[in-house]
Design a protein around this ligand. Structure first.
Ligand code: ATP
Ligand code: MG
Length: 315
């Protein structure tokens, strides 16, 4: 863990512990980049290499070219948006991307993760002020002290589609909060070319069109392909085997290949969780996970699929 206090980029990009005071409302995490933990997340994510390459190229371009481009004609807002179903790796991808961007550019950067829910849940009339303060003051100041990458996780909470909120409990407040986000983003983009926002969302439809239009790149992160399902399952088993070495022998078992086929349609999080839950298949295995069997893994994946079908059939 490599957290730091606001406005004090580490300067060395190392992964040693940093002084931290993340008591600012709406901020979930501040640390210096590159970060070894984030690099690990990036490496463990199984996607087509082209997806990671494209994201990294866009992020690097933001830092190399944005200050040289005339915004009116060549508008780069410094926003990358990842959209896709839950559990497909968007947040992990965003964190890894932040770290790999800093590493690619060879310098330290500050990483700030915004807690959108804390801002949006501010009491009536307060979220606009909270958003303005966070983006305008906190992030604005951080960006002034050096290159900075900000994760806006679940951005639909902050930049909610203003057309869809007439029936909401506090429509005016949410409307103003979205307006405030857009105003602040424009200001930040104009003032800070060394700032990049990486946003994630489960529902592109819930994100305000004006935010979507400001994104320099929108990437859809889909459910894993059959090959990726297999690779995620094997990676999870490999990590279990690092702790319980007997589990390594399961990887070549035909039932594991069957389990991988059965996993198609599950998201990456569910595949990892289902594989892990096979350790609770029986009291004996739970007591000694080295006793894990390929059949237990297959049954855990089948169970996860059955659960998914039940949930999807819910009215
Ligand atoms: N393609 C993938 N390859 C490897 N692991 C994956 C993949 N997709 C998801 N995972 C794993 O699933 C877990 C959840 O990932 P993450 O939280 O990044 O998903 P998310 O898309 O942000 O989900 P949500 O929309 O619910 O916030 C992580 O442990 C991640 O490693
Ligand atoms: Mg997420």
């Amino acid at each position: 863990m490599n957290r730091i206090s606001p406005f004090e980029p580490s300067g060395d990009g190392g992964s040693g512990p940093r002084r931290r005071t993340v008591d600012q409302k709406g901020i979930h995490d501040i640390r210096s980049l590159p970060d070894a933990g984030f690099d690990g997340q990036w490496a463990s994510l199984i996607f087509q290499p082209a997806l990671k390459d494209r994201l990294l190229a866009q992020a690097v371009l933001n830092f190399t070219a944005r200050e040289r481009l005339q915004q009116v004609f060549l508008p780069l807002h410094g926003i990358i948006l990842l959209v896709g179903p839950p559990g497909t790796g968007k947040t992990s991808l965003a964190r890894g991307l932040a770290s790999r961007t800093a590493a690619s550019l060879g310098g330290a950067m500050t990483y700030i993760e915004v807690d959108a829910h804390a801002l949006a849940s501010a009491s009536l009339g307060k979220s606009q002020q909270a958003v303005t303060h966070l983006l305008g003051s906190v992030i604005g100041e951080a960006a002034l002290s050096g290159p900075c990458i900000v994760l806006l996780d679940e951005v639909e909470t902050l930049a909610a589609d203003r057309r869809k909120m007439s029936m909401e409990a506090n429509p005016i407040d949410v409307h103003r909060a979205t307006d405030a986000v857009l105003t602040q983003l424009d200001q930040l983009a104009a003032d800070n070319p060394q700032l990049l926002f990486i946003a994630t969302s489960n529902f592109a439809g819930a994100v305000d069109d004006a935010f979507l239009s400001r994104a320099d790149l929108v990437v859809t992160v889909d459910l894993p392909t059959p090959e990726a399902c297999r690779a995620i399952l094997l990676d999870t088993l490999r990590r279990i085997a690092q702790v319980y070495p007997q589990v390594a022998s399961l990887q070549s078992d035909p039932l594991i290949a069957q389990a991988a086929d059965c996993a198609v349609g599950l998201d990456g999080r569910r595949i990892r969780k289902a594989t892990l839950s096979s350790l609770a298949h029986s009291k004996q295995i739970a007591a000694n996970p080295d006793l894990l069997t390929a059949r237990a893994v297959l049954e855990a994946i089948e169970h996860a699929q059955a659960e998914r079908s039940r949930l999807e059939a819910k009215p």
